[in-house]
Write a protein that binds this ligand. Sequence first.
Ligand SMILES: [Zn+2]
Ligand SMILES: [Zn+2]
Length: 370
Amino acid sequence: MMKSTIILLFVIQFSIIFILFPTTSAHFYPNISSIPKSLIPNKTSWDAFHHLLGCHAGEKVDGLGKLKQYFQRFGYIDNTSVLNFSDDFDDYLESALKTYQKNFNLNTTGELDEPTLQHIIRPRCGNPDIVNGTTSMNSGKVADTNSTHIHTVAHYSFFPGQPRWPEGRTELTYAFSPRSPVGDAVRTVFSRAFERWSEVIPLNFSETASYATADIKIGVFSGDHGDGEPFDGVLGTLAHAFSPPSGILHLDGDENWVIDGDFLNAPSLTSAVDLESVAVHEIGHLLGLGHSSVQDSIMYPSIPSATRKVELTNDDIQGIQVLYGSNPNYNGSSPTLTPSNERDISGSQRSTVFWNHTTLLIVGFLLLLL
Ligand SMILES: [Zn+2]
Ligand SMILES: [Zn+2]
């Protein structure tokens, strides 16, 4: 084959990739005061839900259909049970709301009261809390009726089938997508975030320059970015990650990501997201954890803006050690949670992303062979 033809095919291959998925210039800021005022929006993705305050069963209010979409997205309404998202406050919505309230430790009123709405509009992880109706967070646990003892029940969860990285693997590599290049400051944050998990389990993580062969692929993308899970602009969903061993972690490129995590002097209306807090959470998914109902845990689904939460809690540690065992050097406090008989599983397995990426590689390879 002529050399010039090969070069031409390379150009075509990369053109296809970049036309389909253009590069993203993400917003990373060293600290909160370096975010330009013009980038702090008045409205965010879910602010419209505010006017649903006080809604309850039997009512019909504009916007309830959108709320049903929200609940469907995070697994509270089955994909098949509601085909038409009307603005009626029907049984599906009431049931979804009660399950959501249980998962977020709220009073199960079945109404859109203030505390519930505050939780609904909070920025959160894009991974669902319940997958295909087969997993649950708190809502699937049997309530502890023993009132004479205070039991702390483990609330961590796993993906369906409890997938993990293969036994025997002690080293995993990660790389940043060439479509969304990041600087040293972001690399340092991720290195620290991975370290928090490797301190408690026998797995080490190292960065590689080879994105194609890395076990874990990290990208920063805006809106629809080709995996069927589009991002939604400022706040709303912040990031998502896929179950092992897919190794895909995406951050929403429209967020104002803050590197230093010092929010002490943050203005009250700040749409700033602490990069390390979200990185630690999403790495938890990459390793096999689903969402937890323990509010302080890393694997809790939501985090208010301008908040830093990077320390693994006992719930996170106990959950990840069920999958991988303990790092022999870990001498932190041993988990003291009461084992739950029913380890429920939560999160999502999105094998479609694997096929999207694989298809691209195959197409590229075939072009080269021509
Ligand atoms: Zn999550
Ligand atoms: Zn994605």
